[in-house]
Design a protein around this ligand. Structure first.
Ligand SMILES: [Zn+2]
Length: 94
């Protein structure tokens, strides 16, 4: 049975490329800071994350647009109905 030496496991940090002594065989980073840096770099590829406010603003304007369209549709329908009713009343007065 081979005993794996956990000690003196030299590895290079994936983030800063510094050689470090890994305590675990699956260690990839010299520190938790490098791990999070690497994670951020790889999960947010250069693209700027829009702030919550920007997202919210976009969402609001979308909602407003949608609301306006809905309102217009309702108005058009109502106008049509009123027009039809009016036309009917004119054509067929009580
Ligand atoms: Zn590092």
């Amino acid at each position: 049975m081979l005993k794996q030496k956990a000690k003196d496991m030299k590895k290079n940090c994936l983030q800063c490329n510094t050689e470090f002594t890994a305590r675990r065989s699956d260690a990839k980073f010299c520190s938790s800071i490098c791990r999070s840096k690497y994670w951020i770099k790889n999960n947010n590829p250069k693209q700027e994350i829009p702030s919550v406010q920007t997202q919210l603003r976009g969402l609001l304007s979308e909602t407003n647009k949608e609301a306006l369209v809905q309102k217009r549709l309702v108005e058009e329908k109502t106008e049509n109905l009123q027009y039809k009713t009016l036309k009917k009343q004119i054509a067929d007065p009580i």
